[in-house]
Design a protein around this ligand. Structure first.
Ligand code: NDP
Length: 524
């Protein structure tokens, strides 16, 4: 049997359960509970009880727990990668690189940056507020609900969790039922790291468990998943109302210009489309190629696709099966719709024979804008290619879409690359690179349009989970302020102050302003 991790027996008692099947072989890997609304409410109550003590710890104290989590990931990385790969079907290299490695990177980054980002900031004095000092500070929201998807079940749960924990929030996680072993692994990680009871709660289950979490007594919900579920999460959050961050789907464009390094771009396109079997919100899902280099470029892409090794759990494989069985139907439907509307299926195009949820690496040429493969997220090992006259047509098409998560531009002219990157309607854009920007802890990540809103990673990734507070402190020695009562004869001087301020004459403004102060200090 493949490596597995199962929940404690007591969590299965008197509950509905579901079986986890291997995406690679179909074998049963374990039984998991479907958390009820009562389970969720109890977890939220424990998290709320734990909140004041966790909030009141110093940043340094909170980081001692995170450092332990980081050490566990370092020491047990190999076992963790095996469990994540068994759960998802992804290559071991991907489990290490895209799921595990980013966690220590984020913890290290935040250990340096959190004191700067979260410490009280003192602002420069301002003319109209003499004698006053202004500050901005942050305090945690409280109990944060994190709802995570199955495609990167470790990283997409743990990064928001640690970002929330650093600021002093407690967290209740609802992992996806598609990848419950990783959910169990996350519970184990935080338990082994010795987090105080209730600071991190994990409730396994299905969509009903997620819905129960959004309905429970939480202070914020951080959701990663599809647009359809994101709408429900936002509607539930609106009932209270509580803040919500939505990290949703993408249909990311890649633009290959005439002066691109074609070999680099071809290798990147194939990696960016087939990494994680294409089940990535930031996959290359629309590849625009200018016609002057189209034939040469497509030849290179075909050679690269031919080299992709499918068939995990083999250690040297590049691409595993689809993690979620239902995804095969979506991919087949999109390929079939494209074929019917005139696209050329140049390579692949169907599920592979034998056990497991494998699908051939698929290259689709002559894609047009009315095809499903162009309009909707495919979330599978399919690379759709669109021939364009020039970069202008490419950027216009890239932006004329409901999604806007990431994208990339390929040219050896740096200035042109940056200019096109700036014009792309997306949350992140790369030049001569792709996907890796997501793993850069310093860069804010999130979408525009239907790809969601809010940002995490970088300083924004801490602020997302914090309330902001502004403080203005006066010395308190003056008995009265110039804008207070009595107004009495102030109006003409107020008008002069107003006009000189708006006219930009600071010397006159100060003069009139002091006039106001003197008038206010006089009382009949
Ligand atoms: P889903 O929207 O199906 O599920 C996401 C999570 O929501 C799962 O834990 C799911 O539980 C849970 N859920 C289901 N119904 C509800 C509900 N009514 N209320 C609350 N929670 C609920 O997404 P997938 O798991 O299929 O993930 C794939 C999607 O995620 C793609 O669209 C992808 O692009 C997007 N994504 C976005 C990323 C980003 O950062 N922008 C990153 C990665 C993926 P269960 O699975 O148990 O049903």
């Amino acid at each position: 049997m493949a490596v597995s991790i199962t929940p404690p027996k007591k969590t299965l008692e008197n509950r509905e359960t579901f079986e986890k099947l291997s995406p690679t072989s179909g074998e049963n890997l374990g039984t998991f509970p479907i958390g009820t609304a009562e389970d969720v409410e109890a977890a939220v109550a424990r998290a709320r009880k734990a909140f004041p003590r966790w909030r009141d710890m110093s940043l340094d104290e909170r980081f001692t727990y995170l450092q332990r989590a980081r050490d566990i990931i370092r020491q047990e990385g190999e076992r963790y990668a095996q469990i994540i790969s068994a759960d998802t079907g992804k290559p071991l290299v991907d489990s290490l690189m895209t799921e595990l490695m980013s966690i220590p990177l984020f913890i290290d980054y935040y250990e340096k940056e959190a004191p700067k980002a979260l410490g009280r900031q003192r602002l420069l004095p301002q003319l109209l507020f003499p004698g006053k000092t202004s500050y901005i500070e942050h305090f945690p929201r409280g109990v944060v609900g994190v709802i995570s998807p199955w495609n990167f079940p470790f990283q997409l749960a743990v990064v928001p969790m640690i970002s929330a924990l650093i600021g002093g929030n407690t967290v209740v996680l609802k992992p996806s039922e598609v990848t419950p072993m990783t959910g169990e692994l996350i519970r184990e990680l935080f338990e082994k790291a010795g987090f105080p009871p209730g600071v991190v709660e994990v409730v396994q289950g299905d969509g009903s468990t997620g819905a129960a979490l959004t309905a429970a007594d939480i202070d914020m919900v951080f959701f990663t998943g599809s647009v359809a579920t994101g709408r429900k999460v936002m509607a539930a959050a609106a009932e209270k109302p509580i803040p919500v961050e939505l990290e949703l789907g993408g249909k990311d464009p890649m633009i290959v210009c005439e002066d691109a390094n074609l070999e680099r771009a071809a290798r990147a396109a194939v990696w960016g489309a087939f990494l994680n079997c294409g089940q990535m919100c930031v996959s290359v899902e629309r590849l625009f190629v200018v016609e002057s280099v189209y034939d040469e470029f497509i030849k290179l892409v075909k050679e690269e696709v031919g080299r992709v090794r499918v068939g995990c759990p083999d250690e040297a494989c590049d691409m595993g099966p689809l993690t979620f069985k239902g995804q095969i139907d979506v991919v087949e439907e999109h390929v079939e719709d494209a074929r019917e509307k005139g696209a050329t299926i140049a390579l692949g195009g169907k599920p592979m024979d034998g056990p497991g949820q494998f699908f051939e690496p698929t290259l689709v040429l002559d894609v047009t804008t009315e095809m499903k493969i162009y309009q909707e997220e495919t979330f599978g090992p399919v690379l759709p290619v669109i021939k364009v006259a020039d970069e202008e047509e490419a950027i216009t098409l890239a932006n004329d879409h409901k999604y806007g998560l990431t994208g990339s531009v390929w040219t050896q002219d740096r200035r042109k690359g940056l200019e096109l990157a700036s014009r792309m309607e997306s949350g992140q854009t790369s030049v001569n690179d792709l996907v890796l920007s997501v793993g850069n802890p310093a860069l804010p990540f999130g979408g525009v349009k239907s790809s969601g809103f809010g940002r995490y990673h970088g300083h924004e990734g801490l602020y997302t989970f914090m309330n902001q507070k502004a403080i203005m402190a006066a010395g308190g020695r003056m008995n009265v302020e110039p804008f207070w009562f009595p107004y009495g004869p102030k109006y003409p001087t107020m008008l002069k102050t107003f006009k000189s301020l708006l006219g930009g004459n600071m010397i006159k403004t100060m003069k009139h302003f002091w006039g106001l102060i003197r008038m206010t200090q006089k009382r009949d």
